[in-house]
Design a protein around this ligand. Structure first.
Ligand code: COA
Length: 172
């Protein structure tokens, strides 16, 4: 769990044109949850279905896909002050490498730095699993985001570039 305090500013204006700036402190509590409880599965699938399928015009999201339930695959949920706002799955390939799958942040929370937090959590989680190298199939619209986080293009398994991943760029 990571508890942060951030300063937030609220601007208020009055008729005479004076502007007052009021600042206060708010608490931000992030939590990375291993998805096992029924409620967590429900929120995990709901975010993925919306952000990664419906927003892309796809309708064939499968909650029961076998990959979700393999013991080497780790479905994870990011909670912000208790609310589920992001998901990722970390797959352990068993040789010190693994893949970050289907990262998604709820639309209204995107662009606010939450995925940087999720990414840090995932790196720590991967290190604890003994994963030294991570791979990703980056969707074209997310390549810029991965580059910002330091990922570099590298073909790691051409066979994965099919179906929903056919347009992806492989990175490490
Ligand atoms: C991609 C996604 C996970 C990023 O999450 P986010 O919470 O919006 O990202 P953050 O706000 O933490 O941004 C991290 C950095 O990446 C940058 N960034 C975010 N999205 C970007 C994009 N599409 N292109 C370029 N840069 C991007 C941000 O500006 C930020 O950089 P900065 O800190 O230097 O300003 C989120 O936008 C999302 O869920 N998108 C839809 C699903 C998706 O494409 N998932 C990837 C599947 S491969």
């Amino acid at each position: 769990m990571d508890d942060k305090l951030i300063r937030t500013g609220i601007r208020m204006s009055c008729r005479s044109g004076w502007v007052y700036k009021v600042s206060c402190w708010i608490s931000i509590d992030y939590q990375l949850v291993e998805v096992t409880a029924e409620r967590d599965w429900h929120e995990y699938h709901s975010i993925r279905r919306k952000v990664l399928w419906q927003r892309r015009g796809l309708s064939n999201y499968d909650e029961n896909h076998a990959d979700e339930y393999k013991t080497a695959n780790h479905p994870l949920l990011l909670r912000l002050n208790g609310r589920a706002i992001g998901t990722v799955r970390l797959d352990d390939f068993g040789n010190g490498t693994g893949a970050v799958r289907l990262v998604a942040i709820e639309s209204e929370f995107q662009g606010q730095g939450h995925d940087r937090v999720l990414s840090d959590f995932v790196e720590g989680y991967a290190r604890r699993l003994g994963l030294l190298t991570l791979y990703v199939n980056a969707a074209p619209e997310a390549v810029g985001y991965y580059e910002k986080l330091g990922w570099m293009p590298e073909i790691w398994d051409r066979a994965e570039l099919v179906g929903i991943a056919s347009e992806c760029l492989q990175m490490t």
